[in-house]
Write a new protein. Structure first.
Length: 219
């Protein structure tokens, strides 16, 4: 399957993507994680991306689209993928359509995770991430690690993202509503959107997501 996951910052895209990608046996491709990997390796792309990310803005389309395309062309993604955080505006959605069309491929579904802004702020304020593996995500109240500050899975140090300060989160939400939400209408025009509530326990949301994707696949 080729799936796009869309939702505000802190909706739980990364959390759900880890389970969904495993269940569906497709790679989880997160442009945010790709940028963060470049930042920790101190590449030129990482330096450029950091200045935009720290301000809560989108990284320019040209570099983002090239990076996403390169990742989608890797052998593990040829049979399908779960995109998390890409596309993030209508130009990126058009570029993705163009890429897929060239290969004679198309998306199967766009899973839209709905969460009110105030819940987003709470989720992000408490988020902690493992330095060794950014797919190991915790929350100080909702998903606390057994030992404070350490990852349950690998013992790595847990840290708070630079762009998770409350002011930056509010800016990211504004960017989401103005630039990213319009892709939902864009994909509604292709009859690809399935919307679910991302409130409730993580496993309840995963179950809702799997059922919605199954219904979409059966149609
Ligand atoms: P990115 O890394 O994609 O961040 P985001 O979209 O803002 O989303 P987050 O990672 O903050 O949240 P999430 O929805 O994955 O939630 P999570 O599962 O962690 O992008 C960062 C930046 O990179 C952007 O601002 C931009 O600058 C740049 N960028 C990336 N892609 C780009 C693109 N295509 N174009 C241009 N720029 C781009 O969950 C959040 C917290 O909530 C966690 O602590 C988790 O444990 C907890 N949680 C999850 N689910 C639940 C639940 N059901 N109940 C309670 N708590 C929960």
């Amino acid at each position: 399957m080729r799936i796009v996951l869309v939702g505000p910052p802190g909706a739980g895209k990364g959390t759900q993507a880890a389970f969904l990608a495993k269940n569906l046996s497709i790679p989880h491709i997160s442009t945010g994680d790709l940028f963060r990997a470049n930042i920790s390796r101190q590449t030129e792309l990482g330096k450029l991306a950091k200045s935009y990310m720290d301000a809560g803005n989108l990284v320019p389309d040209e570099v983002t689209i090239a990076m996403a395309k390169d990742r989608m062309e890797q052998p593990d993604a040829l049979g399908g993928f779960l995109l998390d955080g890409f596309p993030r505006n209508v130009s990126q959605a058009e570029a993705l359509d163009e890429m897929l069309k060239t290969e004679g491929l198309k998306l199967d579904a766009v899973l839209d995770l709905e969460v009110p802004d105030e819940e987003v702020v709470k989720r992000i304020a408490g988020r902690r991430i493992c330095r060794n593996d950014s797919s190991h995500v915790y929350h100080v109240s909702y998903k606390a690690p057994a030992q404070e500050g350490l990852c349950d899975e690998c013992g790595g140090e847990l840290y708070q993202r630079d762009d998770d300060a409350e002011d930056t989160v509010r800016k990211r939400l504004e960017v989401y509503h103005t630039q990213t939400e319009p892709i939902i209408d864009y994909y509604k025009g292709q009859d690809l959107v399935v919307t679910i509530s991302a409130l409730g326990k993580v496993d309840e949301v995963t179950q809702r997501a799997m059922e919605a994707l199954k219904r979409e696949g059966d149609e």
